[in-house]
Design a protein around this ligand. Structure first.
Ligand SMILES: [Zn+2]
Ligand SMILES: [Zn+2]
Ligand SMILES: [Zn+2]
Ligand SMILES: [Zn+2]
Length: 211
């Protein structure tokens, strides 16, 4: 029996070759399906535009290059020469345009550091509805980090950097400590000792009414 790639459980798989257990597939089938539909839609569009034929890249002929433009080998489009980063050696524009280069770097880093393909990263993201698994935030500037157990190396999921480093990091990834912290926020010593709520100066409800 294989382990589910999402929950890690040794459960029923139903469909042969599926990476997710029946339960996970039912729960997350919709998001995963959406993602796959979107991907195939984009692909079909490209085929229609004549940029991909039989999955092979179509080479452009140099006489077709519009003035001041260059072919991006990744997005398969002509783009202004200025949207290409310059090679460190020779100073000529690189093969990929800037957005493609950025995406390529990210993809390569995720693969190198975490061993995840971009498809796998997107699967995780879809399972989490694009949100941090703890605070539910959607960071705009940075992508969600791949959180992993530093002792076993097992990948757990995607977290924003605050939850990853500040929340889990300061608790040393210790579930018991985090549970005690949550309990503490709801039940604390001062209430027990003083009976009535005790406030720091200037914050008591009676003070606020006067102000
Ligand atoms: Zn599962
Ligand atoms: Zn490009
Ligand atoms: Zn978060
Ligand atoms: Zn880490």
């Amino acid at each position: 029996m294989q382990a589910c790639q999402r929950c890690g459980g040794q459960k029923e798989f139903g469909t042969r070759g599926s990476r997710f257990c029946t339960e996970c597939r039912r729960l997350h089938g919709d998001t995963v399906q959406q993602l796959e539909q979107e991907r195939s839609r984009r692909r079909q569009q490209r085929v229609l535009e004549g940029k991909l034929a039989d999955g092979k890249r179509i080479k452009y002929r140099s006489k077709d290059v519009p003035d001041g433009q260059k072919w991006c080998a990744r997005c398969q489009e002509f783009r202004p020469v200025t949207s290409f980063p310059l090679r460190k050696e020779g100073g000529k524009p690189a093969a990929y345009c800037k957005p493609c280069q950025r995406f390529y770097n990210t993809e390569r880093r995720i693969k190198l550091v975490f061993g995840l393909t971009w498809d796998e990263y997107e699967l995780l993201l879809a399972c989490q509805d694009g949100k941090c698994a703890i605070c539910g935030g959607r960071p705009r500037r940075h992508m969600l980090a791949v959180d992993h157990d530093h002792k076993t190396g097992e990948i757990r999921g995607l977290l924003c950097s605050r939850c990853n480093h500040k929340l889990l990091g300061s608790a040393n990834d210790d579930p018991a400590r985090l549970r005690r912290a949550a309990d503490y926020l709801e039940e604390f010593a001062a209430r027990e000792v003083f009976g009535d709520p005790k406030y720091v100066p200037g914050t008591a409800p009676s003070d606020r009414e006067v102000a």
